[in-house]
Design a protein around this ligand. Structure first.
Ligand SMILES: Nc1ccn([C@@H]2O[C@H](COP(=O)(O)OP(=O)(O)OP(=O)(O)O)[C@@H](O)[C@H]2O)c(=O)n1
Length: 379
């Protein structure tokens, strides 16, 4: 049996990028031989094994044949006589279809190294069209590698357009769409993911609910969040910063689109929650940052439950800070005021004379006075 390193590890090493995990292909072996050597079988659909010590994935060389629609509509054929070249031929992009043998030689039958040099994301064979997930993968690789000068090859782009036109793209299951999209958010220039999907028609076909939110300004905010190394939640939230001034009708439409995104893609609950908070409160947060006043800030803390959920509020402010322009009160100052308010507690101010509801009112008054004095000092 011969063992080769394949896929992302070979690509990233040649690009001088850090290698995240190694994938291996085994040629000329049977599942029984693998098990006898101590490899643990894990593949449900095709034979993949975990190395007994490193736990890295070792897949038997295989070919694929389309049997139905979508990502799962494939049958796989593995046998001892499948060659490395046949296994590499079934892969998506030439830069992902290279292998390295155990002496460090690169096996590159489909021009991956040339495409690395000319910065092209190019499909390996027409079989590319059989897997609609590849549209999202190409957009994701474009988002990752655009800063290095990569772009989608014209003929690959043409295939992607055809896959959308033929309806193949609409067979993608929402779970995979969310998986690719949330991974794409964490790439270096996530804007490129949405731009690529938009220009081949896949945004409309696969993520139509996102369409109202994808425009140059939100994509700019998204990239700023990526440059600041923000979390996926913050990057996601940036997509929902509305164009100002936001009409009431636009706000309602945005809320409906967010509900549609949530019920279709089922992102974690905190994502939907954050998208709604951004839509709901962006106008007033931006207006407070421009002309701060104590009562508005206090009502904002109350409306967003900031006093009980300060971390969530900090995330919300971070998202909106990407759209702050002329500000008098910045994100850090607002957070400082929130922390000051949190430090003013009922037990510090209650006297024997006030009881019940009046305690809460006294705490609020104290907090308000504090914010007022701080804002006054800053003016
Ligand atoms: N729909 C897919 C999924 C995967 N692959 C192939 O399987 C390899 C491993 O897939 P994966 O781990 O998802 O991608 P990586 O290239 O390793 O990328 P990443 O850096 O994102 O892990 C890819 O390089 C590619 O050759 C493919 O051709 N088509």
């Amino acid at each position: 049996m011969q063992i080769y390193k394949v896929g992302g590890a070979v690509r990233d090493k040649l690009l001088g990028l850090p290698v995240k995990d190694n994938d291996w292909v085994v040629v000329g072996a049977t599942p029984e031989q693998m098990k006898n050597k101590g490899y643990q079988p894990v593949g449900r659909d095709f034979p993949v094994f975990l190395h007994p010590e490193t736990k890295e994935e070792y897949a038997l060389a295989r070919t694929e044949r389309k049997t139905g629609h979508g990502y799962a509509g494939f049958s796989f054929y593995t046998s001892c006589d499948i060659s490395l070249e046949e296994d590499l031929l079934r892969r998506d992009l030439t830069i992902n279809a290279m292998a390295e043998d155990q002496s460090g030689n690169i096996i590159d039958p489909y021009g991956g190294q040339d495409d690395l040099k000319s910065r092209q994301l190019r499909h390996v064979s027409p079989a590319f069209q059989e897997d609609p997930l590849r549209i999202l993968r190409v957009a994701r690789f474009a988002a990752r590698l655009a800063p290095l000068g990569f772009h989608v090859a014209e003929e690959t782009f043409e295939l992607m357009r055809n896959m959308v036109k033929s309806g193949e793209a609409s067979h993608l299951v929402p779970e995979r769409v969310w998986q690719e999209t949330s991974t794409a958010l964490m790439e270096l220039t996530p804007s490129v993911y949405f731009e690529t999907l938009e220009s081949c028609g896949a945004l409309q076909a696969v993520l139509p609910e996102f369409k109202p939110f994808i425009h140059s300004q939100t994509l700019q905010h998204l990239n700023l969040a990526a440059q600041a190394n923000s979390t996926a939640l913050i990057r996601f939230g940036c997509l929902f910063i509305p164009l100002l001034p936001q009409t009431e009708a636009a706000k309602i439409n945005n809320i409906l689109s967010i509900q549609a995104i949530t019920s279709k893609l089922r992102p974690p609950a905190e994502y939907a929650d954050m998208a709604l908070l951004v839509t709901e409160h962006s106008d007033r947060i931006i207006s407070i940052s421009r002309s701060p006043d104590a009562e508005s800030l206090m009502s904002l803390f109350e409306a967003t439950d900031a006093l009980r959920r300060p971390e969530r509020f900090t995330c919300l402010l971070t998202i909106l800070s990407y759209s702050f322009e002329t500000i008098k009160l910045g994100k850090n100052q607002i957070i400082e005021l929130l922390n000051d308010c949190l430090a003013i507690k009922a037990r510090d101010i209650i006297s024997k004379k006030i009881k019940g509801k009046a305690i809460g009112e006294a705490v609020r008054k104290n907090r308000l006075q504090w914010i007022e004095s701080k804002i006054h000092q800053k003016k």
